[in-house]
Design a protein around this ligand. Structure first.
Ligand SMILES: [Cu+2]
Length: 156
């Protein structure tokens, strides 16, 4: 009986492409504001991808990004670019502090989320779900749009 398998395959494909792009890529969780989450498209065969966004903490108490996950990758690491012997390298960090009144940019020269062992390439125009977990604010699922390989924060 082949039909159930075919339906499962179709369902998985739909999960990646069927989420419509929202005009406002903004999310609110407790006193956190998450703005314009996007990923860069990946070349065929790439096993990793990067996700960028901006977080504003508009509250009076500190919070912290502690975890992220997505169904399209085996794991998600929090990475930071840092100088290491005169060379910029990325390293894993356990969390990112979100101080009251402060904005933290996840961008190609600072923090980013690293998608590890991608299950399929990221293609321009597609969207995928990503769950962010904050120490105090809890978890929120956001929709990440895939933009061109050279996409930068704020440019659409
Ligand atoms: Cu990285």
């Amino acid at each position: 009986m082949r039909r159930p398998l075919a339906w499962i395959t179709l369902g998985m494909a739909a999960a990646l492409v069927a989420m419509p792009a929202s005009a406002e890529d903004r999310y609110r969780l407790d006193s956190l504001r998450i703005d314009h989450p996007f990923a860069r498209a990946t070349p065929p065969g790439a096993k990793t991808g990067a996700v960028f966004f901006t977080v504003d903490n508009v509250g009076n108490t500190e919070d912290r990004l502690v975890h992220a996950s997505t169904p399209i990758a085996v794991g998600v690491a929090i990475h930071q670019m840092a100088l290491d012997g005169g060379v910029m390298r990325m390293r894993a960090v356990p969390s990112v502090d979100l101080m009251p009144g402060a904005r933290v940019e996840f961008n190609p020269s600072g923090y980013h989320l690293m998608l590890l062992d991608l299950k399929q390439p990221l293609k321009v125009g597609e969207r995928f779900p990503l769950t962010l977990t904050f120490e105090h604010g809890g978890a929120i699922q956001i929709s990440v749009g895939v933009e061109s390989m050279g996409a930068v924060q704020g440019a659409q």
